[in-house]
Design a protein around this ligand. Structure first.
Ligand SMILES: [Zn+2]
Length: 77
């Protein structure tokens, strides 16, 4: 699925995401999203738990709301 919309940014810098896009991406109220900016664009995607250091998605341990993978955890010791 690839679609685009035009939205107006409000005085606080906010935009709303259409319900159809939220449903398609399973983004619900109070879900965390990742906002990436680069080369003239902003990408908003559903947050998935990943290692804060390398971005891996498996063998994660969570501490204070942040995740770290087993490999990075062993390097910290
Ligand atoms: Zn890692």
């Amino acid at each position: 699925m690839k679609s685009s919309i035009t939205r107006t940014v409000d005085e606080f810098g906010r935009i709303s995401l259409p319900i159809g896009m939220r449903r398609a991406l399973d983004i619900n109220e109070r879900d965390e999203v990742v906002v990436e900016a680069g080369e003239g664009c902003i990408i908003i995607k559903k947050s998935s738990k990943s290692c804060v250091f390398c971005g891996k998605l498996d063998n994660l341990t969570e501490f204070n709301g942040k995740c770290i993978c087993a490999t990075c955890k062993s390097k910290l010791k």
